[in-house]
Design a protein around this ligand. Structure first.
Ligand code: PRP
Ligand code: URA
Length: 214
């Protein structure tokens, strides 16, 4: 049985930004702007499950019950495309830490090739927001989740913009209890393992073509 809890954000402001991202006519700067807006909405929704603590907040005229996050999450983008979600995450959660995972899909095998890992050694007890706009075959996020659970992470929320059903199914098979917050679950992948209808190559649409020797 799957341990995964899935939230698909169905809000008119979110779906309008998603449409901008999907639209092939949106250029790099328009794509970055729409991803930044949508990222804030995704983080807002994902943060609903975070624990808050109360304290006395002194107002100019009295004392109110104040709240703050008890244990702010660490934001972990999968580079490159996940970088587009870091600024909106930090603007919503200024106390968050940031870790980095660099992965690039091999265009022939569609398997992720790791090139960077910059994470704390111990992630036990700390909420992790793993952010990547795209969940396609699931290979990249499964690899990233394994890196996190190897460090003791036991509270992982995966945040994506577009998820493909095969990738969702693959993450649902993991033993780790994962939460998924996304704006769309698209039906499938084409022969190049791109999500259909998807939005194309998220990294290229944010930053232009990459050239890494894999
Ligand atoms: C994209 C995307 C995900 C991955 C999803 O990155 O940002 O990390 O593909 O595909 P998967 O679910 O089949 O693994 P890509 O490897 O193209 O690198 P980039 O972000 O540097 O362009
Ligand atoms: N990575 C992307 O950026 N887009 C896809 O459709 C699949 C993987």
């Amino acid at each position: 049985m799957s341990n995964m809890q899935i939230t698909v954000i169905d809000h008119p402001l979110a779906t309008a930004r998603l449409t901008k991202l999907r639209d092939a006519r949106t250029n790099n700067s328009g794509f970055r702007a729409a991803l930044s807006d949508l990222g804030a909405m995704l983080i807002y929704e994902a943060s609903r499950a975070l624990e808050a603590e109360t304290f006395d907040c002194i107002t100019p005229v009295g004392t109110a019950v104040g709240t703050r996050l008890k244990n702010p999450p660490i934001i972990v983008p999968v580079i490159r495309a996940g970088l587009g979600l870091v600024d909106p995450a930090l603007s919503m959660i200024p106390d968050a830490q940031v870790g980095f995972i660099g992965l690039a899909r091999n265009e022939e095998t569609h398997e992720p090739v790791p090139y960077l890992e910059a994470l704390p050694d111990d992630l036990a007890g700390q909420p992790v927001f793993l952010v990547d706009p795209m969940l396609a075959t699931g290979g990249s996020l499964v690899h990233a989740i394994n890196l996190l659970t190897d460090r003791g992470a036991d509270d992982i929320t995966v945040i994506t913009v577009v998820s493909a059903q095969p990738g969702v199914d693959r993450i649902a098979e993991l033993d780790a209890p994962i939460r998924l917050v996304t704006t769309a679950i698209d039906p499938g992948l084409n022969e190049d393992a791109y999500i259909v209808p998807g939005l194309g190559d998220a990294g290229d649409r944010l930053y232009g073509p990459r050239n890494i020797d894999l």
